[in-house]
Design a protein. Structure first.
Length: 265
């Protein structure tokens, strides 16, 4: 049995298929951990969704910002991006089943010493606190207020977490941290507009995983989201977005022994 953590797929079905073939993935005994951003930008989001859904319990998936964007558009969000590639999903006969399955995926998964999350965790959150907050979001995404929440999700405010936050602001901060954050200040103020390389941090901020004494250093965080960072591995962090959709590579790491496997994007 092996567990393969895999980076952002973003609709690149051929690369995903090649990677699974390269590792001889067997859903009867192996497991796949996917860091989110299953869809968008690449041309075959529909095939990716179907494949991962059909893996059932062999696949552990967390939501990324592009996955939430798909759910937002399905809920009626009108500011669609000119370059999104989601039309096949919306035209599919099994569209509603796929969207329901996607909405049931969590923001965060904890197992042993590992945390699987799309972007990162704020330095003020312990792993247990982050899990509780992720569960709050999941409860809304799968509940009667899901559409209202998705239509209020867009935006960069508030910039930092506070235990006093309530309503959509509270949930938006959690989602932004776990699916969009790259840089933040030592006190957790997120610079959500910044998308560049790690050495291009806005003044007063740094890559979130470099904040000294962040409370979640107790676990190894497996994440993606940051193609300018690329495949990056240091103690306590495995970052897997190696830009498959931009002509880079699709990367997997076998968690049992740390072996890295890549295929062209």
């Amino acid at each position: 049995m092996a567990t393969y953590a895999i980076g952002d797929i973003q609709g690149c079905y051929p690369a995903l298929d090649r990677l699974l073939e390269k590792v001889a993935f067997d859903p009867l005994k192996d497991r796949l951990w996917v860091v989110g951003d299953l869809v968008n930008r690449g041309p075959q989001s529909l095939q990716v969704l179907r494949l991962l859904r059909d893996l059932g319990g062999a696949a552990t998936i967390v939501l990324g910002n592009h996955d939430l964007y798909l759910l937002m558009v399905a809920a009626g969000y009108s500011r669609r991006e000119d370059d999104d590639t989601l039309h096949q999903v919306f035209e599919a006969d099994d569209r509603d089943c796929l969207l329901l399955w996607l909405a049931r995926q969590p923001l965060m998964h904890v197992e042993g010493d590992y945390v699987l999350v799309h972007a990162g965790l704020l330095p003020q959150w312990t792993v247990a606190r982050a899990q509780a907050l992720a569960d709050e979001v999941s409860a809304v995404l799968t509940g009667p207020d899901s559409k209202a929440f998705l239509l209020e999700l867009a935006g960069n405010q508030p910039e930092r977490w506070s235990e006093d936050l309530k309503g959509w602001d509270r949930l938006r901060v959690v989602v932004n941290a776990m699916t969009r954050m790259r840089f933040c200040s030592a006190d957790g103020r997120m610079a959500l507009r910044a998308k560049g390389a790690p050495d291009k941090a806005p003044p007063g901020t740094m890559p979130w995983f470099m904040v000294p004494d962040r409370y979640n250093r107790t676990h190894t965080i497996v994440c993606g989201h940051w193609s300018a960072l690329g495949f990056y591995r240091v103690p306590g962090l495995i970052a897997l977005d190696s830009g498959a959709v931009w002509g880079g590579k699709l990367t997997a790491v076998r968690l049992e022994d740390g072996a890295a496997i890549q295929v062209p994007g």
